[in-house]
Design a protein around this ligand. Structure first.
Ligand code: MAN
Ligand code: CA
Length: 199
């Protein structure tokens, strides 16, 4: 069964990527539409405007959604705009932005800025950095203690991939970019880098 969190994640990826990838209409086979109920018949526990579905109808819809999501994932994989690592999906729109705008863009899509927590996640992000030939900001920032970097939620880094002799900004370079070899460099936050989000 699809959890609401997973559906939310997948819809985030789809809406984040739609502007760059939609080239045509899907062939038929659309989900059944829900019929509206008159306002006064809405009961407690029922989503207003939607008719109650029995288990069988619900299962059918979940099956169809699963199929359509797999197809979308297949297409996005083929177009190299998503990569998966350990349950996380990374996606890029191919556009560029500074650190703050990248954060906002990813949040608006229902995700967050790409944050590698191990080597395979780092590789999944690197795939885009190489493909677009553009560095990407990561969800890592310098703490109030210069040279000490942490995840955006304030937790300490459990995995690092610093380039040799980095971080060297000592309070002058608060953001972290990924180089095209997958190593990290502390850098000022205003650069225009590839937007990579995680969902
Ligand atoms: C530039 C910046 C710095 C980096 C050095 C490495 O000055 O990208 O962040 O540390 O190059 O030489
Ligand atoms: Ca640096």
């Amino acid at each position: 069964m699809l959890s609401p969190q997973l559906v939310h994640k997948i819809l985030g990826v789809v809406f984040f990527l739609l502007p760059c990838c939609v080239q045509g209409k899907p062939a038929g086979n659309s989900l059944p539409s829900f019929s509206r109920l008159p306002e006064e018949k809405v009961e407690e526990g029922v989503v207003p405007g939607f008719k109650l579905l029995d288990d069988k109808e619900m299962e059918d819809i979940v099956r169809q959604l699963n199929r359509q999501i797999s197809r979308l994932e297949g297409v996005f994989h083929l177009q190299h705009v998503i990569t998966a690592a350990g349950g996380k999906i990374f996606a890029t729109s191919g556009k560029r932005a500074d650190f703050q705008t990248t954060r906002k863009t990813c949040k608006k899509a229902g995700g967050s800025i790409a944050t590698p927590r191990n080597a395979s996640e780092n590789d999944a992000i690197l795939h885009f950095v190489k493909r677009f030939g553009t560095y990407a900001y990561l969800g890592i920032r310098e703490s109030l203690i210069p040279t000490k970097f942490q995840f955006l939620d304030g937790t300490p880094l459990s995995y690092t991939r610093w380039h040799s002799r980095e971080p060297a900004g000592r309070g002058e370079e608060e953001c972290v970019e990924m180089y095209t070899d997958g190593t990290w460099n502390d850098r000022k936050c205003y650069k225009n880098h590839l937007i990579v989000c995680q969902f």
